[in-house]
Design a protein around this ligand. Structure first.
Ligand code: MN
Length: 210
């Protein structure tokens, strides 16, 4: 049985980028509903109930067809939101830029941090309807790692293809509509201020070390 993880900060901690009402609704209602629904779908299936959410999403082909879509959407929603809460943190500086190894990887993969932000925002604006934009770590043929942008519909996740996301941005309207209405671009601009780059850096380091 999956359980709703607590936010690692208060509901109002990401103000003014993300408002308290949106965080309450998003965590307590939307994320909670994904958990209720995936638990409901898996009920009585002992083998599947033992899996972690990552294992479940990487083995959807083993999930009985009659519950597969429900599991895909709701386990995906649980995984994606759990990551999303972790890779945000209260704003501590105007710049809020990454440091360390992950910056080197961003510069190598995208040219510069500014160019990365531009391409990420373009992908986030270009995602039609509901979905996510991701920064994913990929191994290269030379035994190194590069970073790539991926966008997914609904609650699909790069983890379903055994790819490892270290940043994810929720561009479902429920993530921003209360404060930003149809202005997705303003939400994206504000969101950069609350990206938890130290946490993203730790995630990058753990993928590279593995
Ligand atoms: Mn969401």
């Amino acid at each position: 049985m999956f359980t709703l993880p607590d936010l690692p900060y208060a509901y109002n901690a990401l103000e003014p980028s993300i408002d308290e009402a949106t965080m309450k609704l998003h965590h307590d209602k939307h994320h909670a509903a994904y958990i209720t629904n995936v638990n409901d779908a898996l009920k009585g299936n002992d083998a599947l109930e033992k899996l972690t959410v990552e294992q479940l999403l990487q083995n959807l082909h083993k999930v009985p067809e009659e519950i597969r879509t429900k599991v895909r959407n709701n386990a995906g929603g649980h995984y994606n939101h759990s990551l999303f809460w972790q890779i945000m943190a209260p704003q501590t500086s105007d710049e809020n830029e990454p440091t360390g190894k992950v910056v080197e990887a961003i510069n190598t993969s995208f040219g510069s941090f500014a160019m990365f932000q531009e391409q990420f925002a373009k992908a986030a604006l270009g995602r039609f309807g509901s979905g996510w934009v991701w920064l994913v770590v990929e191994p290269t043929a030379g035994g190194q790692h590069k970073l790539v942008l991926v966008d997914t519909p609904n609650q699909d996740s790069p983890i379903m293809e055994r790819r490892t996301p270290i940043v994810g941005l929720d561009v479902w309207e429920h993530a921003y509509y209360l404060k930003y209405q149809n202005r997705r671009v303003d939400y994206i601009t504000a969101w950069w201020r609350v990206v938890n780059w130290p946490e993203v850096g730790r995630r990058f380091a753990s993928v590279v070390a593995a």
